[in-house]
Design a protein around this ligand. Structure first.
Ligand code: ZN
Length: 387
């Protein structure tokens, strides 16, 4: 069964071959999908016949968003903490550990229901590929079940046992790291594609982070790092040194960090929803891009510091607050996310790519930033199926 999407006012392919600029723009375009793949891309008046047809109504079409950083396996919410922070009040509700306690207390069904609900919410907003981390269990059993649920929801699942040292290991961080690298990793690994670590003062230092990443890599997992989020630290350089797919957050970078990223295949994944929700300074996307680093945008969807599943919001923030152009932001939210997950089959619309696309009720991708907060995603096709 083939499906023709035509009457596309502006097609973003992220493939410079058929179109214009890095977004590979094709005006007045059509796309043909068959058996979960893109099979044809080009001008609408040259499109081949297909079994079914979708009329894009002159709207823009782009590859489905690739959200390469989320934390969807958790219980509870932290709305009171958010409200207090926005009111400028001190609030010691426990931060991540609040969510750890709620997650440990929740049964599998409750955790699964939340992850499935948020995955569906993201899909409705155009996210067709999503990475999901564990990291609110922090025991062998709770990390294993968190990963299992993440993996049920998305193949891009990440073991983040090294999110924080749990209270029962207070003052014994090295013992906790040994547990993470040993028994916990062994239990989580069957359900994980990636290993991640929160490399930050108060979480894990460079040596501990290196140990966690090396242990995961020795078991065949790809590496990613929560790096330089709250302070300038060793996270970014460690990510580059180990050949990690992505260094995420990057809010506090020095010149050496930027040079390291620019000279590497490690993607700088920026998560402006986190700075928005914590009223913190945004990362310097302009410096990264001008230096030649590859930049991705992701939601960091989590109940504490960025409870949004909207990639459109991230695009708008990147343009307004981080001085990315609309084209750079849309590329980063699609092709950039795919690079951060080392995927070549998503984040692009070229023959052979996965049939994941978004139809906007707007004539241009620019409207994603130009019309912030407006639900412009009219239709989502995921794996060749209308979602
Ligand atoms: Zn995160």
């Amino acid at each position: 069964m083939s499906l023709l999407v035509d009457n596309i006012g502006e097609l973003v392919t992220n493939d410079p071959a058929p179109g214009d600029g890095p977004l590979g723009l094709v005006p007045e375009a059509a796309v043909v999908l068959e058996a979960r793949e893109v099979v044809w891309v080009g001008p609408a008046d040259a499109a081949p016949a297909a079994d079914q047809r979708i009329d894009a109504g002159g709207g823009a079409v782009l590859p489905g968003f690739v959200d390469s950083h989320s934390h969807l396996v958790f219980a509870g919410d932290r709305a009171a903490e958010f409200a207090a922070r926005m009111a400028g009040e001190r609030y010691d509700g426990g931060g991540i550990l609040t969510t750890v306690a709620a997650t440990r207390a929740a049964d599998d069904e409750a955790l699964r229901a939340t992850a499935v609900r948020l995955r569906a919410e993201a899909l409705r907003q155009g996210t067709t590929t999503i990475e999901i981390k564990s990291g609110y269990g922090l025991t062998v059993a709770d990390e294993a079940r968190s990963l299992k649920i993440a993996f049920e929801v998305s193949p891009e699942s990440t073991f983040l046992g090294a999110h924080l040292v749990p209270p029962e290991y207070a003052g014994r961080a090295d013992d906790y790291v040994a547990l993470v690298c040993g028994e916990m990793l062994a239990a989580a690994e069957p359900y994980a594609r990636w290993v991640d670590v929160f490399c930050e003062r108060g979480a894990f230092d460079a040596d501990q982070s290196r140990a966690v990443l090396a242990a995961g890599m020795a078991r065949g997992l790809g590496a990613r790092v929560h790096a330089n989020q709250l302070s300038a630290g060793p996270g970014v350089r460690l990510a580059v040194e180990l050949g990690a797919a992505s260094a995420d957050h990057c809010a506090h970078l020095g010149e050496a960090d930027i040079e390291a990223l620019a000279g590497s295949s490690t993607v700088a994944t920026l998560v402006p929803g986190a700075e928005f929700s914590t009223r913190s300074p945004y990362p310097d996307a302009r410096r990264l891009l001008d230096a030649g680093a590859t930049v991705a945008l992701a939601t960091d969807c989590n109940p504490g510091t960025s409870y949004t599943s909207s990639m459109s919001l991230c695009v708008a923030l990147a343009v307004r607050e981080m001085r990315m152009t609309p084209a750079e932001a849309v590329w980063a939210a699609t092709a950039g996310g795919a690079r951060a997950l080392r995927r070549e089959d998503v984040g692009t619309l070229r023959p052979g790519a996965r049939a994941d696309l978004v139809v906007l009720s707007a004539p241009s991708y620019v409207h994603l930033a130009y019309r912030p907060g407006v639900p412009l995603v009219r239709q989502v096709i995921h794996n060749g199926v209308v979602a």
